[in-house]
Write a protein that binds this ligand. Structure first.
Ligand code: R5P
Length: 339
């Protein structure tokens, strides 16, 4: 791996070194990151066996974001790893300013690697005079100078179409499938549950891969950040249930769903969620729920408080993201990563 990967730096067009290697792609690859998830960026760099690029990302005394790319990126294929999580506005602004700096420093191409895409829940108008913030964010990323986006489990797959540049929406599914296969659950007794109508495709995908049954919870939102279970369709009585979702924010969708499943006779209840935002009192809701185990990924840093929960398991997407970056750089298909 190291040999193949380091060969990319050997290029007749490369300003970073003087070598000629006609078998190698003609642009150097570089990885940068902002403040939103440095651990993930380091894990991806480690997976690819390349160093992270040096960049100063700090604040001016007036609070504005200050960026200085501290090495030559001219002619390079640059990947900026920055989920727009934590303080979503700061993370997004850091990403935009980094892209602008890299573009003005003559990077050959800039791929925004956004494992968690903030503002994704505002992807349509649900009533008059509302914004479509997910589209605005896509516009901002494009205008800043990105020419490609890699992301994971977008809240709505249609957000891909908000970009007029290539956007690969990777799935955490292969890693989640691997996790449950290793648990050796009896597939006859397993039901994969979608916590709402929007998650049906994700849940049926997982059910198919595990050879399990499928059920759906119908929920309503009386107001933002509140949920209420209306009905469960599917046979869950006496079964082990796996609830699968794209994100936990307040935890209400998941935990109200888990409670409703338990009340209707589910046996053990597991959950797999890609993006663990864990806002408000989500951690204590999860901790005090009948949930057996919760699997999340590292698209968003998991808080120390959440990490204390014995029922929490974090799966890393660094190998998946690293492989997507490697294939993008070598102009190889990423389709195989979609299971
Ligand atoms: C809903 O449409 C999403 O897929 C998630 O179920 C939801 O965003 C989770 O939010 P919360 O944890 O606040 O209920």
């Amino acid at each position: 791996m190291k040999e193949i990967w380091s060969a990319q730096g050997l290029s007749e067009n490369c300003g970073n070194c003087g070598h000629i290697d006609s078998s190698a792609p003609s642009h150097h690859v570089m990885l940068f990151h902002g403040h939103s998830n440095p651990a993930l960026a380091e894990a991806v760099a480690k997976h690819l066996d390349i160093p992270l690029g040096r960049a100063l990302v700090s604040r001016f005394s007036n609070g504005e974001i200050r960026v200085k790319i501290e090495e030559n990126v001219r002619g390079s294929r640059v990947f900026v790893i920055q989920p727009t999580c934590g303080n979503v506005n700061d993370s997004l602004m850091e990403l935009l300013i980094m892209i602008d700096a890299l573009s003005r420093a003559s990077a050959y191409s800039i791929c925004a690697v956004i494992p968690y895409y903030g503002y994704a829940k505002q992807e349509k108008k649900t009533s008059g005079r509302e914004p479509i913030s997910a589209k605005l964010v896509a516009n901002l990323i494009t205008v800043a100078g990105a020419d490609r986006v890699i992301t994971v489990d977008l809240h709505a797959a249609a957000i891909q179409g908000f970009f007029d540049i290539p956007c690969d929406n990777l799935k955490a599914l292969p890693i989640i499938v691997e996790h449950y296969r290793a648990l050796n659950l009896n597939r006859e007794d397993v039901v994969v549950v979608s916590p709402d109508a929007g998650g049906v495709a994700r849940a049926t995908d997982l059910a198919e891969h595990l050879g399990a049954q499928f059920a759906i919870i119908f929920k309503r939102r009386p107001e933002p950040d509140q949920t209420q279970v209306i009905e469960i369709v599917g046979d869950i009585e006496g079964k082990d249930c796996i609830v699968v979702d794209d994100m936990i924010s307040t935890g209400h969708t998941l935990i109200n769903g888990v409670k409703a499943l338990k009340e209707r006779g589910a046996k053990k209840i597991y959950a797999a969620v890609t993006h663990s935002i864990m806002a408000g009192d989500a951690v204590s809701l999860i901790e005090n729920s009948p949930l057996e185990e919760l699997v999340v990924t590292d698209t968003i840093p998991v808080s120390p408080e959440a990490l204390k929960m014995s029922k929490l398991k974090v799966l890393s997407l660094a190998p998946l993201l690293g492989e997507a970056i490697r294939r993008t750089h070598f102009n190889q298909s990423v389709s195989e990563l979609f299971v």
